[in-house]
Design a protein around this ligand. Structure first.
Ligand SMILES: NC(=O)c1ccc[n+]([C@@H]2O[C@H](COP(=O)([O-])OP(=O)(O)OC[C@H]3O[C@@H](n4cnc5c(N)ncnc54)[C@H](OP(=O)(O)O)[C@@H]3O)[C@@H](O)[C@H]2O)c1
Length: 243
């Protein structure tokens, strides 16, 4: 798929990894709808940065802890920029819990934000795509779904659901819509942690470095453009799966 002139919506597209994805899509000529929840200022600044370089971008807010917002968000994006050709599901929580202390409330809220909203955004995206158009969905997941942390249990279960959603939706939506995912390893320190946190993790990796958001953005662009890949999950983990 050529991205020039096509429309893309990026959830959590204003900050950190999502910001890099929004920018990379805009640099390919895509018209980008930058979704945010709390990051209104960064979203508007990013929109203005894209507009200043001749691109097309718009912003919209939705609290995706309620999956019922998914259809509304997709409708807002379409009303602003036209039918969406690319959906990137990047918004997520990262709560800390374990098998011993996870609560029903935490479990439900994590599943709603990190799995439920991508599911219903996928449904809304597919329903909104014109019959004669192709589309691409890229989900952001985590390498820890196969080699789990001792903590972040509800998060890992939701991301494991994203892995399954990627394959199930790839099958359900073929041949018009391709659905792939990028599984991230050590990319950025979690909010509240510094560089030393990820540097210590990176020291254990075969490639001995932190990935950074640009490698994610480049891979999302690759998956959105490549017309013969669907149901694939690309691991960006510096070789973590080898050791
Ligand atoms: N950073 C890493 O090294 C790493 C590793 C593995 C996987 N990942 C995955 O990569 C993706 C991006 O990671 P990140 O570290 O850049 O994320 P992050 O800093 O944790 O940011 C979370 C994003 O999700 C959005 N979000 C949070 N709660 C929301 C809600 N209730 N409704 C709507 N949006 C909400 C935030 O939007 P606002 O800021 O607008 O509120 C923000 O854009 C996530 O899917 C994450 O799980 C990241």
């Amino acid at each position: 798929m050529e991205l020039q002139g096509r429309t893309a919506v990026v959830t959590g597209g204003a900050v950190r990894v999502g910001r890099a994805i929004s920018l990379a899509l805009a640099r390919q000529g895509a018209r980008v709808y930058i979704h945010y929840n709390r990051s209104a200022g960064p979203a508007e600044a990013l929109r203005d940065e894209i507009l200043a370089t001749g691109g097309v971008a718009a912003v919209g807010s939705a609290d995706l802890s309620d999956p019922g917002q998914a259809h509304r968000l997709m409708q807002m994006a379409q009303d602003t920029l036209g039918p969406m050709a690319v959906l990137v599901n990047s918004a997520s929580g990262f709560p800390t819990d374990t098998l011993a202390d996870v609560t029903l409330e935490r479990w439900r809220s994590t599943m709603d934000l990190t799995l439920g909203s991508p599911l219903f955004l996928t449904q809304a995206f597919a329903a909104g795509l014109g019959a004669d158009h192709d589309g691409a969905i890229v989900n952001i997941t985590d390498v820890k779904t196969t080699r789990p942390y001792r903590s972040h249990l509800s998060y890992m279960l939701a991301k494991g659901g994203i892995d399954t959603l990627t394959r199930a939706a790839a099958l359900a939506l073929a041949p018009r819509i391709r659905v792939n995912a990028v599984a991230l390893g050590v990319i950025l320190p979690p909010p509240g942690e510094g560089e030393e946190y990820v540097n210590a993790l990176a020291a254990e990796l075969p490639l001995q470095r932190v990935g950074g958001p640009q490698v994610v953005a480049d891979t999302v662009v690759f998956l959105a453009k490549n017309d013969f890949i669907t149901g694939e999950i690309i691991h960006l983990d510096g070789g973590a799966g080898l050791v």
